[in-house]
Design a protein around this ligand. Structure first.
Ligand SMILES: Nc1ncnc2c1ncn2[C@@H]1O[C@H](COP(=O)(O)OP(=O)(O)OP(=O)(O)O)[C@@H](O)[C@H]1O
Ligand SMILES: [Mg+2]
Length: 470
């Protein structure tokens, strides 16, 4: 099949130009021409040229103004500027406006042809790199987001549809269902991916510090504010901000957040000037926000605003068909991370896992597989699933240092320390659940009763996969 001709739009008030070019250039090119800027701009939409040759000096709208207008189109063809000699100022200006080349009049037709081909080739390569990059990015993202059950396919479809938009997304789901992964994917698959992804856990920052953390403060705004500090929203400018555990945001701050959502503006603590930011907001929660609204703990106007798009992550027990894929994924991951070679799990183990209710969802499954790989033994599945504790390192967690990995020798030995550590972890989990239930999941009160810091309580809640619905 013959290659389609390259269509070139010439915008020039001098009819000689298009005549010379159409006579002299190769037969692989087809020409359409416009006599002034307005007609030219219209023809970009109707003719869809591959390239534009644009004269600078024209009556009415000049070439630079036309280029500015073309730049407002969602996408435009490459532009080569044509102009008389000695107009350095125009060259600089048109390059700033994104012209690909600049050709002086009078021109040599063959020289124009070379320029056209170079610009088109560069553009083709640019498009190809862009397509490959997008494909690669989305493929590698999906490679880490496992699940092909109908429910997860639906989730992936929504992500695909909304990632590259400015819509605020609310991600809901129980603890450990992958809300953070989804938040990061939405950012990586958006046009903001080269900018920062800023994560703020609204539950982990004491409420009196949260406002300063999010919106920044002016010098002298409160005791200890020795200098002006920008908040996370300012740091996140141009990027995305992930507000985790949004259900824990105090009411007073919720109205300030609403203002940011509506006007993209806020005032620092102790400040008077409005600060404008361009930030995409992504929120996550495992709380029942409708109930929080009833209890007057969450503003309904904020809820409706956040709820533009909601991604519901299904609990693992509602998609047991994803378990084999997840098991394989985590086995591969931890085998390679720990340099092990643990084969598949037995069919009995898989059957037990399919029947389990997974209160800690994918996080719990991940921890379990990690332990099996580290210990090289799947018989622990029974114990772990019955106690519900699948922390990789019960000993370390009781001493508050979960980063320290337990060595394999210790895991496999009859170490008293390990056994005691495990028992302590079990007791700890029981007591923490009891106190949380007693205080109606008021974490601050619970941490006071337990005589541990608020932060360590939050850490332990996550570590033991505790949640208020249990
Ligand atoms: N679909 C998935 N594919 C692969 N890994 C997953 C998936 N879902 C969750 N995970 C893994 O499970 C762990 C928990 O996920 P994540 O932190 O995103 O959960 P979460 O919903 O934010 O939980 P929480 O409410 O407790 O903060 C992470 O290590 C994550 O990598
Ligand atoms: Mg999370």
């Amino acid at each position: 099949m013959a290659k389609e001709k390259i269509k070139i739009l010439i915008i020039d008030d001098d009819p000689k130009v298009s005549w010379i070019l159409s006579e002299g250039l190769s037969s692989g090119m087809e020409f359409v021409s416009a006599r002034d800027g307005i007609e030219g701009i219209q023809m970009v939409s109707t003719e869809k040229p591959d390239l534009i040759l644009l004269d600078i000096k024209m009556p009415g709208m000049n070439g630079l103004e036309v280029l500015e207008k073309l730049n407002r189109m969602p996408s435009r063809p490459e532009v080569i500027m044509l102009s008389g000699h000695g107009e350095t100022k125009n060259i600089v200006h048109s390059m700033h406006l994104g012209a690909a080349e600049f050709i002086n009049k009078p021109f040599d037709v063959k020289e124009v042809e070379i320029h056209i081909n170079t610009v088109l080739e560069k553009n083709r390569l640019k498009q190809e790199v862009k397509t490959l990059r997008t494909e690669l990015k989305s493929r590698s993202q999906y490679d880490q987001f496992i699940g092909d059950s109908p429910k997860m396919t639906q989730v992936k479809n929504i992500i695909e549809q909304v990632a590259d938009s400015e819509l605020t997304v609310l991600i809901r789901g129980e603890s450990g269902t992958g809300k953070e992964i989804v938040g990061r994917m939405l950012h990586t698959l958006s046009g903001r991916s080269e900018e920062q992804f800023t994560k703020v856990n609204c539950a982990a920052i004491p409420r009196d510090l949260l406002e300063a953390e999010l919106f920044g403060y002016e010098k002298g705004a409160f005791t200890g504010a020795h200098k002006t500090k920008p908040g996370r929203f300012e740091v996140a400018n141009k990027g995305s901000i992930f507000l985790d555990e949004i259900g824990d945001m105090p009411m007073e701050l919720q109205s300030k957040l609403l203002q940011v959502l509506e006007q993209q503006e806020f005032v620092r603590v102790g400040g008077i000037n409005n600060i404008h930011v361009d930030v995409r907001i992504i929120c996550a929660t495992n709380k029942n926000l409708e109930e929080a609204i009833q209890r007057q703990q969450f503003r309904d106007d904020l809820f409706y605003r956040l709820n533009e798009i909601t991604v519901f992550l299904p609990p693992l027990r509602e998609r047991p068909e994803d378990i084999p894929l997840l098991v394989k994924y985590f086995l591969d991951r931890y085998n390679s991370l720990y340099d092990k070679d643990y084969p598949e799990l037995s069919s009995e183990a898989m059957a037990r896992m399919a029947d389990f209710s997974w209160p800690g969802n994918v996080r719990q499954l991940e921890n379990l597989i990690k332990q099996i790989v580290v210990r090289g033994d799947e018989s622990i599945i029974g114990d772990l699933l019955s106690t519900g504790i699948t922390s990789i390192n019960p000993v370390a967690s009781t001493v508050g240092d979960a980063e320290v990995e337990m060595s394999e020798e210790l895991v496999n030995s009859y170490s008293l320390k390990k056994r005691v550590g495990f028992a302590v972890a079990r007791e700890e989990k029981k007591l923490i659940s009891e106190v949380l239930n007693k205080t109606n999941w008021n974490r601050r009160k619970a941490s006071e009763l337990l005589e541990i810091s608020y932060r360590s309580l939050l850490y332990k809640i996550k570590e033991y996969n505790l949640n208020s619905s249990k």
